[in-house]
Ligand binder design. Structure first.
Ligand code: IMP
Length: 182
């Protein structure tokens, strides 16, 4: 847990996020137009705001489930070793699945989670990440849909935390420490 003082500079406004989600939802609704039921899987906890807004824009029959994978703990660095902390409640074999993530950073989390879910033989397995930091990638992973590509900055808001704080900001902001030069 960091006790260093910081401020948050807005990077992506709530309005820009809403507009982008509308566009993404249209593409996803087209891709899955023939599905009898799409299982939308949110990765806890960072995706909870994104998934809530996204599913309300989808013009499809959807079921919502959640999965929790270990991530940063309380720091700013990825642990790289990904573990499943909470599994899905429902079955996905033969179903169409969309995994919803907040950020693809090193890529370890989504690479691991998609491999894990693919072993259950879904009919289609797609991924969406609100944010992508390509400069930080350590494993070759690209989400099927991405909201915004961002530079290598630590961000918070719209569900995303820094040591469990700032998830409730309606926009995406960048953390700037005030005890050292920017
Ligand atoms: P990856 O496994 O390195 O791709 O990490 C993905 C996870 O790291 C995300 O789901 C977030 O929980 C966390 N993460 C990555 N970048 C940030 C950030 O800038 N702020 C807060 N959490 C982040």
């Amino acid at each position: 847990m960091s006790h260093r003082p910081y401020v948050i500079d807005e990077m992506i406004s709530a309005k820009a996020i809403a507009a982008r989600i509308e566009g993404l939802a249209r593409e996803i609704s087209t891709e899955f137009a023939d599905t009898d039921k799409l299982v939308v899987v949110g990765l806890l906890r960072g995706s909870f705001v994104f998934i809530a807004d996204l599913v309300r824009e989808l013009d499809l029959p959807v079921e919502v489930d959640f999965l929790e994978a270990s991530s940063y703990g309380n720091g700013m660095e990825s642990t790289r070793e990904v573990r499943i902390l909470k599994d899905l409640r429902g079955q996905i074999e033969g179903r169409d699945v969309l995994v919803v993530e907040d950020i693809v950073d090193t890529g370890h989390t989504l690479a691991h989670v998609t491999k894990y879910l693919a072993s259950r033989k879904p009919a289609r397995l797609k991924t969406i990440a609100l944010l992508d930091k390509p400069a930080r990638r350590e494993v070759d992973f690209k989400a099927s849909w991405t909201g915004f590509e961002i530079p290598d900055e630590f961000v918070v808001g719209y569900g995303i935390d820094f040591a469990q704080r700032n998830r409730n900001l309606p926009y995406i902001g960048k953390v700037r420490f005030t005890d050292s030069p920017a």
